[in-house]
Design a protein around this ligand. Structure first.
Ligand SMILES: C[S@@+](CC[C@H](N)C(=O)[O-])C[C@H]1O[C@@H](n2cnc3c(N)ncnc32)[C@H](O)[C@@H]1O
Length: 423
């Protein structure tokens, strides 16, 4: 099926507002939950293996894919499963750790050691001195009894003599248990706190036996997924900034498949901070804000006060007709939000400048992006990406609307696709 003379990537979707049954879910994290390593840990804005499989269908093993916004590593995992090399970059060290743990090949002895750790685990009374992470308002996350058991479990992991691969499996299971026992729910775009009652805690997890049972179950699932071999060395995650890619990567890529943050004020730190504090990637709230300031579109903690001091770089031109008037209209309602949107797209320009230095001629890029709205001002992210890509060496840049994102009728997700043919 073609629309606007272009081959559609998702032809089964009759229209984005009236898709075939199950189509929307097949594109999001929800579709990954029962797919072995893909389901290890959720990130609400992750996309699905299915979506990546569609995009890599025309590729060969001689291609080299790049995902400059790794998240949970869906692109690289899917490529590796098909024998296609893929490098991926993320600014968040926890996600880089998680992705590399998912991409690793595990020896039988390492898997057995993880299972033995769960079997020998004692959480009641003699479980050792609990270790509590320095999370602010930690009582919002866990009921006191659950927190005590989690802290005892974590201390047991710290004290155990485990090889690094085994420890990574055990820590991944710990993260699953920590989030499943937390008083949070995951809405469409992000996470929110639940009204927690001691009763919920008492009936669900509070006994150490319950929590141990849950941990053993999750670890068994992770060990089963880890036992399925994956080609070594095809998927690699690097800690880096997508605005300076050539400082961490030295290959040239024939394809980009990625989903950058959207300009919607969603903060990745917000959802990831419990794992990051437990596992030692964060030690205080200030670090969380500093990391979010490095992330494109971040707004957590000091990221917002830094934004107030940020001013546009006059030398960066955002080649979208109407960009300045859109910023002015947002500014009339909120100056800080106008800075937020302006900086977001300046960062996109810096990303594409950096990307253009590491692409092979003829490379195909697929960007999954979502539009947003501030007050009555629509931010047509997909069109702005199309124009920024066109001014950075991409030709035939095409936008395809793939799904409606929320109940708000105007919010959609798009694939913006172009061929890199610099002059
Ligand atoms: C929408 S998520 C990617 C989700 C991914 N496709 C998946 O399936 O899990 C965007 C990612 O971009 C990362 N990110 C934000 N700013 C970045 C930057 N400047 N450099 C590299 N990664 C960045 C965030 O940490 C986040 O993991």
């Amino acid at each position: 099926m073609k629309r606007n003379g272009q081959q559609l990537l998702f032809p089964n979707d009759t229209t984005p507002s009236r898709p075939a049954p199950g189509f929307r879910e097949s594109l999001t994290f929800k579709a990954n939950r029962n797919l072995g390593r893909h389901g290890w840990l959720r990130l609400t804005p992750a996309y699905s293996r299915h979506l990546v499989e569609r995009l890599i269908a025309p590729l060969a093993t001689s291609d080299r894919v790049l995902d400059p916004f790794c998240g949970t590593g869906t692109t690289a995992m899917t490529c590796a499963e098909k024998g296609i090399p893929c490098d991926t970059v993320d600014v968040n060290p926890f996600l880089v750790w998680l992705a590399n743990a998912k991409f690793a090949r595990y020896q039988t002895a390492e898997l057995q050691a993880a299972t033995a750790f769960a079997s020998n685990l004692r959480l009641a009374n003699d479980g050792g001195t609990p270790w509590y992470p320095p999370i602010r308002d930690i009582e919002k996350w866990w009921a006191p009894s659950d927190l005590h058991t989690l802290a005892t479990l974590f201390a047991a992991i710290q004290q155990a003599e485990l090889s690094e691969p085994t420890r990574n499996l055990v820590l991944s299971a710990f993260c699953r248990v920590a989030i499943e026992t937390a008083a949070v729910s995951f809405g469409h775009q992000s996470m929110s706190f639940q009204e927690r009652t001691e009763q919920r805690s008492l009936t669900q997890w509070s006994s150490p036996e319950h929590l141990k049972h849950l941990f053993t179950k999750r670890l068994a699932e992770i060990v089963t997924a880890a036992a399925t071999p994956i080609a070594i060395g095809l998927a690699k995650a690097f800690l880096g900034d997508s605005r300076t890619l050539d400082t961490v990567l030295d290959a040239k890529y024939s394809c980009v498949i990625t989903s950058p943050p959207y300009p919607n004020r969603m903060s990745y730190i917000r959802e990831l901070r419990p794992y990051m504090f437990w596992l030692g990637f964060l030690h205080d709230g200030r670090q969380a804000g500093e990391l979010d300031w490095k992330a494109i579109g971040g707004t957590w903690g000091c990221a917002t006060s830094n934004l107030m001091r940020w001013r546009p770089d006059g030398s960066i031109n955002i080649s979208f007709d109407g960009f300045n008037s859109m910023i002015k209209r947002i500014s009339a309602r909120s100056f800080v939000l106008s800075l937020y949107v302006h900086k977001y797209f300046e960062d996109c320009v810096l990303h594409f400048r950096s990307l253009s230095r590491i692409l092979r001629k003829g490379a195909i890029a697929h960007y999954i992006v979502g539009n947003s709205r501030f007050y009555d001002v629509m931010v047509p992210t997909e069109e702005i990406y199309r124009d920024i890509m066109s001014s950075h060496g991409f030709r035939n840049v095409h936008v395809e609307n793939i799904r409606k994102r929320t109940s708000k009728k105007e919010l959609f997700e798009f694939v913006v696709r172009g061929v890199f043919t610099p002059e």
